[in-house]
Design a protein around this ligand. Structure first.
Ligand code: GLY
Length: 299
């Protein structure tokens, strides 16, 4: 049963595009790529693609990754400048490179060698203090009717970051993970913290151990809170899908305002489509998880 889930309200356009791609008979990796391309090229989205927020030198550096649940092939780019549609470059790494992750100037060179064109340098002023906490990743999971799964992520990373900083998104197991035999997961939020917990791999392991998809998402958030203390929790949200296309989401996001519509969501908005249960793609909102005030930090 075909299905898709994507992070944030801007993920609705990605989920819609992915479902259309599947209808044309293309595979799940293409559906992830084409879904994310829609958001990467939407200039109203300020945390993905070349219209993302710049680093502390005023330059936009992009991270993206894509993984195929059938073959476990993985491709990613990080800290890549001046190239549009980074998820498409990540796909080229997956399909046409012996490597898995290419960064910085090497990523830009790789893109140019594979037919991408250098975009104008859009060096900008530093983001405002309101924008500077922004690190909202477009994360997208797609399943086709045969049960093949793929996942992709794309982000400009933390606003005002140090040049060369890379977050969780392009790291396999942290920002994304998928295995056709088990399920898929992806993360968004503060990547400097998320990467310490390998959230996406851990969720897929919980699915493998028999947890249902919502419980697996809830458990990783509880695990983190238990380890560092609820009072130290950072912004994180996860999405996941099992081999039946059932989905789940959890996180600490208290509210989110959509840049385009100005709608304020009371929690973490995410977009879903499921051929049987949600035939029309729609946005759901996951309230922030209640965290147990149990502090097991090692002092
Ligand atoms: N999760 C995106 C980042 O922090 O880079």
């Amino acid at each position: 049963m075909a299905a898709s889930i994507g992070t944030w309200s801007f993920g609705l356009a990605a989920v819609e595009a992915a479902s259309r791609t599947l209808e044309t008979g293309k595979d799940v990796v293409s559906a992830v790529e084409e879904g994310i391309n829609i958001v990467e090229t939407d200039e109203s989205v300020t945390s993905v693609g070349l219209s993302g927020l710049p680093n502390s030198s005023g330059e936009v550096e992009l991270d993206a990754a894509i993984m195929d649940g059938y073959s476990l092939r993985f491709g990613a780019v990080a800290a890549m400048k001046r190239i549009d549609r980074p998820i498409s470059v990540a796909r080229k790494v997956l399909e046409e490179s012996p490597h898995s992750l290419i960064v910085g100037e090497g990523a830009t060179q790789f893109a140019l060698q594979h037919g991408f064109t250098l975009q104008p340098d859009r060096s900008e002023a530093k983001p405002s203090s309101e924008e500077s906490h922004c690190h909202d990743t477009m994360s997208l999971i797609v399943m086709d009717k045969k049960g093949n799964l793929a996942v992709g992520v794309s982000t400009s990373g933390a606003a005002n970051k140090h040049p060369g900083r890379v977050g969780d998104s392009p790291l396999p197991g942290s920002g994304l993970y998928v295995d056709n035999k088990v399920g898929a997961a992806a993360a968004t939020g503060d990547g400097d913290d998320i990467m310490k917990f390998c959230c996406s791999f851990q969720i897929v392991q919980y699915l493998k151990q028999g947890l249902d998809v919502q419980s697996a998402c809830d458990k990783i958030i509880d695990d983190i809170a238990e380890r560092i203390g609820a009072e130290n929790m950072f912004e994180v949200a996860v999405i996941a899908m099992d081999t039946k296309g059932r989905y789940g989401a959890a996180g600490t996001v208290k509210s989110f305002t959509d840049d385009k519509s100005s709608i304020q969501y009371p929690g973490f908005p995410y977009a879903v489509w499921h051929q049987e249960t949600e035939p029309l793609p729609k946005i759901l909102v996951q309230p922030p998880k209640d965290l147990l005030p149990k502090d097991t930090r090692i002092t």
